[in-house]
Design a binder for this molecule. Structure first.
Ligand SMILES: [Zn+2]
Ligand SMILES: [Zn+2]
Length: 389
């Protein structure tokens, strides 16, 4: 019977075995290292927005505080380098550095990885972080002890400008979102509300559409123009505005030139949201002469309070069009309720002290209380109690 020995160091199987492919335990681990990390790793982040490439795609960072951002970018690069270098195992798991010490029971084909920064200079770019990386792994079922390797690698984080910011900084825009109003003044409050909504939503949109930035906002007499980095973001915002304020959306295309590469015509889209001419508090009239107060305007329609009955009802935009609902010419008046019968209310005009009767809505009113009335085509309607809307 011949004694089996390690072909590399000559140790007997009895002492250094069991042999794996002719190698003793130590030589097997030495001949098949797991951690083949490069000693230098280069990565970059956008100096304008802090984004960096993850698996080849630019993504926004989790951290915006510079020190945490640099470590986030460096660790991402380190993990990508690990993914590439740990190709002898089927899977690897990153664990806290301290935990690695006690991990010894490792399934074949698996690695556990830990890393810590051991030195860094991040006051200026390129930022330099030296990581100590430790890997424990098992490649073969005959292995008594797992691989346990430590290596140091230096990650260099440089500054660049991401493609999105390059375009943004060059003044690029793809679409114009125009917010207009139908047939009336665009009030300051509405402009502020629209702008606030757009700013809130654009942050959300940019999480999925990095080109969805606002290049510029231009206030005009007739409305607001938002210059947008992407047409789909302009469309999304137009829909959000319509959902909140109602209105109609239309699109137009303007030829802006030829693409030099493809010689195709390049168009710029303008997406226009036209806000409805009605606003909360407006007095409107339908084709039958019924008078309403607008209680609410939304993308779906309007809630109207019939001033004869004080019943509120939602009307969709189709019905509003069909019923030819439009603004009613009217006067407003404040008056004190002096007395009431089941059908009528007696008011006193607070400027002339004249009294007059008005048909009551189907509810009881409060005597001694001020009410707001509207007069349409010579007839008074009780709109609401003073101080209520
Ligand atoms: Zn050996
Ligand atoms: Zn950027």
């Amino acid at each position: 019977m011949t004694m089996r020995v390690c072909y590399r160091c000559g140790i007997s199987e009895e002492e250094g075995g069991p042999l794996i492919n002719g190698l003793c335990q130590v030589c097997f681990r030495k001949e098949n290292p797991v951690l083949l990390l490069p000693s230098e790793i280069n990565t970059e982040l956008c100096q304008n927005c802090g984004s960096y490439k993850k698996r080849g795609v630019w993504i926004d960072p989790q951290n915006y505080e510079l020190e945490s951002l640099i470590f986030e970018v460096a660790e991402n690069a380190l993990l990508e380098a690990l993914e590439e270098s740990l190709d002898k195992v089927k899977e690897f798991e990153v664990v806290p550095w301290e935990e690695l010490e006690n991990i010894n029971n490792i399934p074949v084909g698996k690695a556990f990885v830990g890393f810590i920064p051991v030195d860094y200079h991040i006051q200026y770019f390129p930022a330099v972080i030296v990581y100590r990386v430790r890997v424990k792994a098992r490649l073969h079922e005959l292995q008594l002890e797992p691989h346990d390797e430590i290596k140091e690698t230096t990650v260099y984080v440089r500054q660049t400008v991401c493609p999105r910011c390059q375009r943004f900084l060059a003044g690029y825009y793809e679409a114009i979102l125009q917010v207009r109003v139908e047939d009336r003044e665009f009030t300051k409050e509405e402009r502020e509300a629209v702008t606030k909504l757009v700013q809130e939503k654009v942050d959300e949109i940019m999480k999925k559409d990095r080109m969805g930035f606002i290049q510029d906002t231009i206030e005009k007499e007739e409305g607001i123009d938002f210059y947008m980095g992407s047409t789909s973001a302009a469309r999304k915002l137009a829909n959000v505005i319509r959902e909140h304020f109602g209105g109609e959306i239309s699109e137009a295309y303007e030829l802006v030139g030829l693409d030099r590469m493809t010689s195709k015509e390049v168009y710029r889209t303008s997406v226009t949201v036209r806000l409805p001419k009605f606003r909360r508090g407006d007095i409107v009239e339908d084709r039958h002469g019924r008078i309403y107060k607008v209680e609410n305007v939304s993308g779906k329609g309007m809630r109207l309070k019939n001033l004869e009955t004080w019943e509120s009802q939602h009307y969709d935009w189709k019905t509003i069009k069909r019923e030819k609902i439009d603004k009613a010419e009217h006067e407003e008046k404040k008056a004190l309720l002096i007395s009431q019968t089941p059908r009528e209310a007696q008011f006193m005009d607070m400027s002339t002290y004249e009294t007059f009767e008005v048909l009551k809505p189907g509810v009881n009113l409060e005597e001694g209380q001020l009410y707001r009335l509207v007069k349409v085509k010579g007839r008074f309607y009780i709109k609401e109690k003073e101080g209520e809307e």
